[in-house]
Every structure is written in structure tokens, then in C-alpha cells.
Design a binder for this molecule. Structure first.
Ligand code: SAH
Ligand code: SF4
Length: 357
């Protein structure tokens, strides 16, 4: 059993069954989530026999690193992990700083955002997405999700750097693996453990309506992003098969419900695909859908993938799209494509392993 799959109560009960003293579970929990120990040997505060027992009963990091790539500008690192059953998942570290600052100021202000996977593959089949093109393999357990964050947290800790944000935007659809993702969030959030603030986490969903409502009812502080990419049902259906099940109007209604319940802003994501969804008319259609909603639009030029012929819109098209939205009162940011040189787009590293990159 993977140690990161246990919540505190289960760990505590296990150690009680082993006739360990009451404080033992807390010690191990702090070792895992505060000192970020990644193997039983590192628990120097435990007896040798207990360390050996932990090693026998539990697995620690559940994967081996298959590939690790840094972008040319060193701002993005992407790691491809192999799980014991052979499945491949990936997680990305992105550093955002202000290049105008000197080295020290930049280091202090730099954000370190982790993008982690929630499934191996994805069942949603968005045509432009490398993960969608792979199909669905399986859900990740809560511990397999947590372990990706721990991997990078350990690496950053060695350089005295903290993780600033965690986004569930790697491979997979988080709301298609709802329970495990929420358990992972609770574990990362635990005040006696990793203490990672919910407001610094973001879930991105393809727009599963019942789960958006459930998420709203749970009143979590985690940010919500919804991948829209088209404001017309027919158009959305050509790139996102999920639109057969949930129409844009229903997705927006669910977002409205979320905003009313939580008073939190929703981010809508829009991958700009040349000649498909990047016209000023598309921007106007989007604006009329979002009028009056507490929201923000992130547009990001498409990362081209082998399985889809579409290309990225150029900078001028992106600017016009943004300005059209803003004229209609919808706040919008153009996101840079990160790590394109290392296939850091969603699912691309896992999908293209074994192929030319
Ligand atoms: N399944 C979730 C989260 C993972 S995908 C979702 O779809 O929201 C994270 C984001 O990357 C989504 O907004 C998705 O639409 C976007 N994306 C996928 N493939 C992309 C590509 N080739 N170029 C740009 N964005 C892409
Ligand atoms: Fe799945 Fe998200 Fe990719 Fe769509 S964009 S196939 S939902 S990972």
C-alpha cells in the first residue's frame, strides 16, 4: 500500500494496531508532509525495526522517473513518471518571476506552480489534447496524486524554495475522479501536515455539470477553472465530445450556481485555435454567454499535437480576441505557452514517449 494513500486517522489506527505509542502517527505524518521524507530510512527519529516495518508494509514514492526535461530557459521542468503497472503520468513545475527584478528579488517573488495529473489518460476525448488522444487508462489514487506534489516539493525544499500553487491541470479530468481528487486536496491541505492553502489550488474541469454543483455545495476554497474553448454548442461539439452530454448553457448555469453559493470567481479557459475559435465574432459570442458572471477568461494559444491538425493563433489574433472580450466587459489574460520545447502541453510527454519529440 502506498503510504500517501492513508489519511491521518488510518495511519493512526494502523500504528495503534502495531502497538506503537500514541504520538507515533503524528511523528510519521510530520516526517512525510513537513520534513518531506521520501523513504523510511530518512525517519531517523524512529527505531530501526519500525523503519523496516514501514518499508515492508508501505511503498513510498509510487513511481520511477522515466524522463525529466527542462525547457531551454529553465523556467519549466516536466517529469514523466512510470507507475508500477506501467502507466505513465506527468507533472510539471513552472517558475514565474518578474524578469525586470534582480536575481534576489526575483527569487523571492517567483511563483512555483505545480501542474499535476489526476488520471492516467482521459476519457473526455477533446480532439486537440494529447491526453484525450491517448484515451482513458485509469484513475489515480489520492496518494498517487499527492505523491506528484511531494516529489516537486522535496526538490524545491532542497533549494529552500516553497511551492506556491498547485493546479490540477495535468493529465486527466479531475471531476471524473472526484473522490480521489478531493481526498488528495484534503491531504495537501491538512493543517498538521503539508498545510497547503486551498486558495492556492485550482481544479480545471472540462465542464461536468453535476460535479460542478457538488463542488459548489461542498463550499471548498479551491479555485475552479472551466475549459470552454467554444461558445456555440455545434462548434464546441466538434472539438469536445462532452458537449453532447452537457450543453454550454448548462455548464454556465452550473457555474452561476457555483458563484452564487461560494461568491468565488470562475476562470474560463480558451485555447485559441487558428481559424476555429479565434475570431472577433467568437469572442463576442463568448462575452454574451458570460455577461454578468463573476469570471475571468484565460486565453492560451493552442499547443499543437500530433493527433490534431489545428494550429496556434498568432499574437495579433490573440490580442484582438482579448480586446474584443474586454470591450464587452469580460476580463481576460493571454497566457504564455510554457515549455513548448519540452512538450509540456497537457499529456504530450506521456503520449509521445517512444515517438520523436
Ligand atoms: N481535464 C481538465 C484538466 C486537464 S487539461 C480540463 O480539460 O480542464 C488542462 C487545460 O489544458 C484545459 O483547459 C485543456 O483544455 C487545455 N489543453 C489541453 N490540450 C491543450 C493544447 N493542446 N493546447 C492548449 N491547451 C490545451
Ligand atoms: Fe481530458 Fe482535459 Fe484533455 Fe479534455 S482537455 S481530453 S478533459 S485532459
Amino acid at each position: 500500500m502506498l503510504i500517501y494513500d492513508l489519511d491521518f486517522t488510518t495511519l493512526d489506527n494502523t500504528l495503534k494496531e502495531w502497538n506503537e505509542p500514541a504520538y507515533r502517527a503524528r511523528q510519521i505524518w510530520q516526517g512525510l508532509y513537513q520534513h518531506l521524507y521520501d523513504s523510511p530510512e530518512r525517519f531517523s527519529n524512529l527505531s530501526k525495526s519500525l523503519r523496516e516495518k514501514l518499508a515492508r508494509e508501505f511503498t513510498f514514492p509510487p513511481f520511477t522517473v522515466k524522463t525529466c526535461l527542462d525547457s531551454a530557459d529553465k523556467s519549466t521542468r516536466k517529469t514523466l513518471f512510470q507507475l508500477p503497472d506501467g502507466n505513465l503520468i506527468e507533472a510539471v513545475l513552472m517558475r514565474y518571476g518578474d524578469p525586470a527584478d534582480d536575481h534576489e528579488a526575483r527569487n523571492a517573488k517567483t511563483r512555483r506552480t505545480l501542474c499535476i495529473s489526476t488520471q492516467a489518460g482521459c476519457a473526455m476525448g477533446c480532439v486537440f489534447c494529447a491526453t484525450g488522444q491517448m484515451g482513458f487508462k485509469r484513475n489515480l489514487s489520492s496518494g498517487e496524486i499527492v505523491a506528484q506534489a511531494m516529489y516537486y516539493a522535496q526538490m524545491l525544499k532542497a533549494q529552500n524554495e516553497p511551492v506556491s500553487n498547485i493546479v490540477f491541470m495535468g493529465m486527466g479530468e479531475p471531476f471524473h475522479n472526484y473522490e480521489n481528487v478531493m481526498m488528495a486536496i484534503d491531504r495537501l491541505n491538512d493543517p498538521g501536515g503539508f498545510k497547503f492553502g486551498a486558495r492556492r489550488m485550482t481544479i480545471s474541469t472540462v465542464g461536468l455539470v453535476p460535479q460542478i454543483k457538488r463542488f459548489a455545495d461542498e463550499m471548498r476554497q479551491v479555485n475552479l477553472a472551466v475549459s470552454l474553448h467554444a461558445a456555440d454548442d455545434e462548434e464546441r461539439l466538434t472539438i469536445m465530445p462532452i458537449n453532447k452530454k452537457y450543453k454550454i448553457r448548462d455548464v454556465i448555469e452550473a457555474c452561476k450556481y457555483y458563484i452564487e453559493k461560494t461568491r468565488r470567481r470562475v476562470t474560463f479557459e480558451w485555447a485559441l485555435i487558428e481559424g476555429v475559435n479565434d475570431s472577433p465574432e467568437a469572442a463576442k459570442r463568448l462575452a454574451s454567454r458570460l455577461k454578468g458572471l463573476l469570471c475571468h477568461v484565460n486565453v492560451i494559444p493552442l499547443n499543437p499535437t500530433h493527433g490534431y491538425h489545428g494550429g496556434a493563433s498568432n499574437g495579433a489574433r490573440a490580442q484582438t480576441f482579448k480586446q474584443t472580450l474586454e470591450k464587452e466587459g469580460i476580463p481576460c489574460t493571454i497566457r504564455m505557452r510554457r515549455g513548448v520545447d519540452i512538450n509540456a502541453g497537457c499529456g504530450q510527454l506521456a503520449a509521445y514517449t517512444g515517438q520523436e519529440m
